[in-house]
Design a protein around this ligand. Structure first.
Ligand code: SF4
Length: 137
């Protein structure tokens, strides 16, 4: 990518230990895709106020779009609900994307926040707002 582009990227993909188990998901494919571009790492779950480490969570009853519409929720394995934190984190990421004039967003696949194919809450909000998303594993 060109060096005058600014990219938003899931923080765990670039080696930051923000995952629920305080590990990273470093992706060489993602780092290669970033190339010389300027990048800003974000973790929507942390931005939503959740701690690290934290219990793993998943969307129950729909996709990220449904969570934003209020027809699905996000539950931890112990049954506790973290829907509000996931929605807050998604809006925080959107605010950063708007303020920084982001051209592209690279997100972690299969996450209830960041997943694109299996659509997470943050990815759904960014898609609804017209951002171009790519996912990496
Ligand atoms: Fe944070 Fe998204 Fe990575 Fe999960 S997948 S640790 S929410 S950046």
């Amino acid at each position: 990518m060109s060096c005058n582009e600014t990219i938003l990227v899931s923080s765990c993909l670039v080696g930051l230990c923000t995952r629920y188990d305080a590990q990273a998901n470093t992706s060489t494919g993602c780092l290669e895709r970033i190339g010389a571009a300027t990048w800003i790492p974000v973790c929507p779950e942390q931005l939503g106020g959740l701690p690290t480490p934290r219990p793993p969570a998943d969307i129950s009853g729909g996709t990220g779009h449904d969570v934003l519409r209020g027809t699905a929720n996000v539950l931890c394995r112990d049954g506790s609900e973290v829907t509000a934190a996931f929605i807050k984190g998604a809006h925080q990421v959107l605010e950063i994307a708007r303020k920084q004039k982001i051209s592209r967003v690279l997100l972690k696949a299969r996450s209830p926040s960041c997943g694109v194919t299996r659509l997470g809450v943050t990815a759904a909000l960014l898609l609804e707002q017209g951002f171009k998303l790519e996912e990496f594993d």
